[in-house]
Design a protein around this ligand. Sequence first.
Ligand code: NAD
Ligand code: USQ
Length: 392
Amino acid sequence: MKVIILGGDGFCGWATSLHLSAEGHAVTIVDNLVRRRTDEELGAVSLTPIRSIEERLQAWRETRNTPIDFVQLDVAKDYEQLEQLFRDIQPDAIVHFAEQRAAPYSMKSPWHKRYTVDNNVNATSSVLCAMVEACPDAHLVHLGTMGVYGYGKTKGMTIPEGYIDATLRSGGAEAHVEILYPVDPGSIYHMTKTLDQLLFLYYAKNDGLRITDLHQGIVWGTSTPETDLDERLVNRFDYDGDYGTVLNRFLMQAAIGHPLTVHGSGGQTRAFIHIRDTVRCIALAIQAPPERGERVRIMNQMTETHRVLDLAQMISGLTGVPVEMRDNPRKEMAENDLVVANDTLIKLGLEPTKLSDGLMEEVLHIAGKHRDRCDESRIVCSSLWVKPIAAE
Ligand code: NAD
Ligand code: USQ
């Protein structure tokens, strides 16, 4: 298949690009490299020494003798170039990772809030619009998030895959319908993914576009069989208070002896998936496109759920590094339950990698190897969800 990977220089996108290329697909990466500039803005580079995109692609050519093409453009802004690219390549599938993905970054300031909305919504809107004009038969696979469902009290109810039966009552009449699961975003970033959902609903209905939205949990780990082939193919490892995600942060903190930073009570339950399973899920999703005119296909891309405090205690038990309970910089429920259906990807052939499979030790090892690259002043999350009330 011809596959365009939007955001293919990022954490999930790079590993996916290599995996799909290794599977024999003709891959073109599109990226504006903004994530590398954000490293500079935040003063916190990837813990692993990622190479320039040129060196990465050269290393892949030398390792596998399979070229991956690269086009630098802004998916949210460079509309004409994007449409022309789709026209020229006529892709079978487009995988869309090209969004600002950190919740704390999206809450840093008015600029960061507006940037996240502008970038993410315009990127998705431009991709859909360009598909209608240039490649209406292509299959769009978008990375959504489990956070669109929110983390309210579901009282043991299973979160379904995107849709839920509902009874609507108004004016004395009653209608039974299937609707998108009601959204409940917990940050500006998560909110942009709920807006993406509406764009997908509209373009699938109006233009018959074939769209899969993968509601992914928190990705952990850093390496895949392909990124392990050569040190120049190394993947990102974000550890800082904005972009680092909780499990990788705890593992990295343990590796350098920094107390494990649990926000609030640690009763937050979240869904997780290893990066190796992320790339497999994308490969499975592009092999199973919906028909033209079918509703948006939504799959929950996660393999297990854990409470934040349980993770911290598990890693503390493994390494002896203490747990530190910190004031929660976020506005989120102190605790929640979370039961998630992930049947579709399992039926398509996903064999889940679990925390118990020994890969936490691999992450500890990688973090330990690159500990000198860590700036400890960047570890604690400084983005606040709610402005502190000014002192009188
Ligand atoms: P990332 O920030 O590492 O990668 C995103 C890539 O997109 C970067 O290379 C960036 O330069 C590029 N990009 C952003 N805006 C762009 C634009 N306007 N034009 C061109 N390129 C642009 O993020 P990631 O962790 O790889 O996440 C990828 C996607 O997966 C995101 O949409 C995210 O919401 C979703 N996701 C990630 C996780 C996770 O834990 N990492 C979990 C669930 C969902
Ligand atoms: N947390 C801590 N300590 C830390 C960091 C985080 O207790 O040092 C807590 C947070 O308060 C939160 C939970 O851990 O309750 C998860 O935080 P996170 O930063 O790991 O995840 P989140 O902000 O939700 O975002 C990440 C990705 C995002 C993706 C999302 C999937 O950055 O792109 O969409 O995970 S999900 O959480 O399933 O919505």
